[in-house]
Design a protein around this ligand. Structure first.
Ligand SMILES: *[C@@H]1O[C@H](CO)[C@@H](O)[C@H](O)[C@H]1NC(C)=O
Ligand SMILES: *[C@@H]1O[C@H](CO)[C@@H](O)[C@H](O)[C@H]1NC(C)=O
Ligand SMILES: *[C@@H]1O[C@H](CO)[C@@H](O)[C@H](O)[C@H]1NC(C)=O
Ligand SMILES: *[C@@H]1O[C@H](CO)[C@@H](O)[C@H](O)[C@H]1NC(C)=O
Ligand SMILES: *[C@@H]1O[C@H](CO)[C@@H](O)[C@H](O)[C@H]1NC(C)=O
Ligand SMILES: *[C@@H]1O[C@H](CO)[C@@H](O)[C@H](O)[C@H]1NC(C)=O
Length: 492
């Protein structure tokens, strides 16, 4: 693989209340050449920082690591809500979930909240050819069943034909039969159509790059990969990179003692898979048998390595087509988990606009439902140290500059069947989190889905974890603190 030598990378890994990568090459001169820069936005589903570039010793991710090596890597990037559709709509519009009013999968922001511009729409309106491959917007109502076409894209978005088999019975079990399993290493020659969605997406994206090579207009190409989202359906040869005996358990596999029940995710989606169902794991707290824990981790890592080879093919094509030196590469996940500077995925919009030399949308007023184009995130250009660019107005010492916000809805105080993905009408509680350099602070408060109002005097539970002494967030200090006041002070 020979990833771009001179391409400008921007590596962001959205993490649930935790860390990430952003990368950028030092050669970028956003406005100093007459040629507009292209944008390649790579969005990965449920990737946490289990990557070599984040110091993971086990995971093999040479292509992403190579991109990271000449990129600006964000160590602490946070998704605004750790669910596909709300997260994607949030960062693609540059608005927080409380502005898009999408916390589930069931509404289209243009009619439900406000007619907000998207990143690709903005580039399209500024003369770019904009293209979507794979899972960029979440499919379905949340993008009007069209991935927000025609507003966001110059052509109809591409979806790989083999996507429809992802959740079907294509995984060979120990009984020799085909199942819809969580763990699904496959022989690619054996699966329907003889291919996998992410392979098809890579091929399509490369074809589009070839077409764009001779285009007079700059391009904005978004490529959305499915893996490592469950099920772990990947070419079985990647399993060999991770012999089971070498797989460690998570450093903290137990449910933490002080965790309020409202904060617990009962992972209902995982339980529905046939191989998991067969384990008869008790709801909601488990435990998952230890050997199955190892298998889950093995297949997650294998899926990451499979994804990494797809990213390698794509970046290699960019390089071979000599497009790497004129293309900004941004790499992010919609969410993942793990745990320098804190950044939020809502800042992707103003930052990409700024890097490409487009006018950075103005800050949003509050509220901003009536404003089509504005930003709730920050232009992070200052991280790239371009002296000649106008920097975001920035007050050193302003604590709000060093805070990332996230939120998560719940239907009840105790884990139940829809706790991980409640529909809007069932939301009774909203967890609001702030993450600073020093701590993560969450309050779970009453929420009215009719009025979209959180009631901060109705606190159901709280969490407080200190980064230095408890990086894995296992010791909830909320009850030892008087933090409620602090939270109110820091809300945006
Ligand atoms: C929403 O924005 C799109 C794109 O700018 C525009 O074409 C459309 O007319 C707007 N719709 C409404 C209802 O304002
Ligand atoms: C959503 O899609 C429907 C059906 O294609 C279309 O009639 C409607 O205008 C779209 N909504 C918006 C806001 O464009
Ligand atoms: C597995 O662990 C052994 C012992 O530490 C090591 O020698 C071997 O290289 C590891 N295998 C892989 C594929 O990492
Ligand atoms: C599943 O577990 C429950 C108790 O946790 C037990 O009562 C039940 O018999 C088990 N079912 C099977 C099929 O093993
Ligand atoms: C990128 O590199 C190619 C081949 O070396 C060259 O022809 C092209 O002018 C370069 N483009 C920019 C913007 O530097
Ligand atoms: C880029 O150049 C254009 C045209 O000269 C100018 O209007 C714009 O403000 C410049 N953008 C930046 C970020 O310097």
């Amino acid at each position: 693989m020979s990833p771009p030598r001179t391409g400008q990378g921007l590596l962001w890994l959205g993490v649930v209340l935790s860390s990430v990568c952003v990368a950028l090459g030092s050669e970028t001169q956003a406005n100093s050449t007459t040629d507009a820069l292209n944008v390649l936005l790579i969005i990965v589903d449920d990737l946490r920082p289990s990557l070599g570039c984040y110091g993971d010793k086990l995971v093999r991710s040479p292509n992403i690591d190579q991109l990271a090596s000449h990129s600006l890597l964000f160590q602490n990037a946070f998704a605004q809500q750790a669910v596909c559709a709300p997260s994607r709509v949030s960062f693609l519009t540059g608005r927080r979930p409380d502005t898009t009013r999408l916390y589930d999968f069931n509404s289209y922001w243009r009619v439900h909240a406000g007619n907000f511009s998207t990143i690709p729409q903005y580039f399209k309106e500024n003369g770019y050819v904009t293209m979507s491959v794979g899972k960029v917007f979440h499919p379905g109502i949340s993008s009007n069943h069209t991935d927000d076409s025609p507003y966001s894209w110059s052509f109809p978005p591409y979806h790989p034909s083999s996507e429809k088999y992802e959740n079907t019975k294509t995984c060979r079990g120990p009984d020799g039969e085909l199942h819809a399993n969580l763990l699904c290493p496959v022989d690619v020659l054996d699966v329907p159509e003889g291919t996998l969605p992410d392979k098809q997406s890579t091929e399509q994206a490369i074809q589009l790059l070839e077409k764009m090579k001779t285009s007079a207009s700059p391009f904005f190409l978004a490529v959305g990969y499915h893996k490592p989202h469950i099920p772990f359906r990947y070419p079985k040869e990647f399993q060999k990179l991770y012999p089971l005996e070498n797989i460690t358990l998570a450093p903290d596999p137990e449910v933490p003692d002080g965790l309020p029940p409202v904060a617990y995710n009962p992972w209902m989606d995982i339980r529905q898979r046939e191989d998991v169902q067969a384990l008869n794991i008790s709801v909601p707290y488990g435990p998952i048998p230890v050997d199955f824990q190892r298998k889950i981790r093995q297949s997650y890592f294998a899926s990451v390595s499979y994804l990494d080879t797809q990213v390698g093919r794509l970046l290699s094509a960019l390089d071979d087509l000599q497009l790497a030196n004129s293309t900004i590469i941004a790499f992010t996940s919609d969410h993942g988990r793990q745990s320098m500077d804190l950044v939020e995925l809502v800042s992707l919009f103003p930052t990409l606009a700024g890097l490409a030399g487009l006018q950075v949308p103005p800050r949003c007023p509050v509220p901003s439902f009536h404003v089509e184009l504005c930003r709730e995130g920050k232009n992070l250009l200052k991280h790239f140290r371009f002296r000649d660019l106008e920097e975001d107005p920035y007050l050193p010492g302003n604590p709000r500059e060093l805070i990332a916000y996230s939120q998560y809805p719940r239907p009840a105080d105790i884990p139940q069947w829809n706790s991980d993905k409640p529909s809007l009408k069932d939301i009774k509680i909203m967890g609001y989190s702030i993450r600073t350099i020093d701590y993560r602070y969450t309050v779970w408060v009453g929420f009215s889905p009719d009025e979209f109002l959180a009631n901060f005097s109705d606190i159901h539970a709280g969490e407080l974890y200190f980064v230095d002494s408890d990086p894995l967030q296992d010791h909830n200090m909320y009850n030892d603190s008087q933090g409620g006041d602090l939270f109110q002070l820091l809300m945006p």
